[in-house]
Design a protein around this ligand. Structure first.
Ligand SMILES: C[S@@+](CC[C@H](N)C(=O)[O-])C[C@H]1O[C@@H](n2cnc3c(N)ncnc32)[C@H](O)[C@@H]1O
Length: 256
């Protein structure tokens, strides 16, 4: 049996069901139109439109990833570069460190200027994630196991394979291994390979200001923000020493 890498990615890597309330809470009002850039399978967009009247615009270069979930009447999918779509949105999300596909500062500022224009008419919010802190440039893997139907287990490894603190360039890999009762059924080594510029929080905030955003903020401890009913309660970081862990994943936010 062959497993699809996008299925395994959605099982192990993403949690769009937590992201939807988090994005609404960070926006702070009632955003209806989501832009999901570097969308991959656009899992977030499909969940976003479950609320009546909401729509989503997903953009990705990869036709296979974008087509993976099929069509939805309220999700518009664009197979192109993120800078080619100009449609206005209320909130624009870039997840799983994809902002790192923009390797140079000029590309980053150009992209952020483009997103600001898409958000201008609604007074909207741009949100992206990044990681940093003590282990930002450490090589090695983080392993997790996720149960699958039929008593199987998907072992997932996120590996930082190369990391150069002098350029900010990192190579990250995702591997999957399917096991049943300790026996390996299938291995997808290097299922995803990412070559990213790891942007620091202040680099992102400076670029956002240069792109004309009025205000930037940082949101941390994302996992703690969701309660058992799936509601999100989160405020922007005020005291970094108190609120940031030694190694962290944060959302960096820019408001028009
Ligand atoms: C790490 S995946 C992120 C998927 C999804 N956002 C998530 O959170 O799981 C990055 C995606 O960005 C897409 N991509 C890379 N550069 C792009 C560009 N310039 N324009 C549009 N999509 C791009 C890749 O095809 C890939 O599907």
């Amino acid at each position: 049996m062959t497993y699809n890498k996008h299925d395994l990615y959605e099982l192990c890597v993403q949690s769009p069901k937590d992201l939807v309330p988090l994005i609404r809470a960070i926006h702070g009002d009632n955003p209806m139109i989501l832009g999901e850039d570097f969308a991959g399978t656009s899992a977030l967009s499909h969940l976003w439109v479950e609320r009546d009247g909401c729509t989503a615009i997903a953009v990705d270069l990869d036709a296979k990833a974008l087509g993976f979930r099929g069509d939805h009447p309220r999700v518009t999918k664009n197979q192109c570069d993120v800078r080619a779509i100009n449609d206005p949105v209320d909130v624009l999300f870039v997840g799983n460190f994809s902002i790192g596909y923009l390797h140079t500062r000029s590309e980053l500022v150009e992209y952020l200027t483009h997103t600001r224009k898409r958000l201008e008419s609604s007074g909207g919010v741009f949100i992206c994630d990044t990681y940093g802190g003590e282990s930002a440039y450490t090589l090695g893997g983080v392993h997790r196991a996720h149960p699958m139907p039929g008593g199987k287990l998907c072992r997932y490894t996120w590996e930082q394979h190369q990391a150069d603190p002098t350029t900010g360039m990192v190579t990250n890999l995702i591997h999957f291994r399917i096991e049943r009762a300790g026996v390996i059924e299938e291995e997808l080594f290097d299922a995803f390979v990412y070559e990213w510029r790891l942007w620091s929080i202040p680099e992102l905030r400076d670029a956002m200001s240069d792109a004309g955003f009025a205000k930037t903020q940082v949101y941390a401890k994302l996992a703690d923000a969701i309660d058992e009913e799936g509601n999100a309660y989160i405020t922007a970081v005020q005291d970094a020493e108190e609120e940031l862990e030694e190694s962290f994943i944060v959302l960096v936010v820019a408001r028009v």
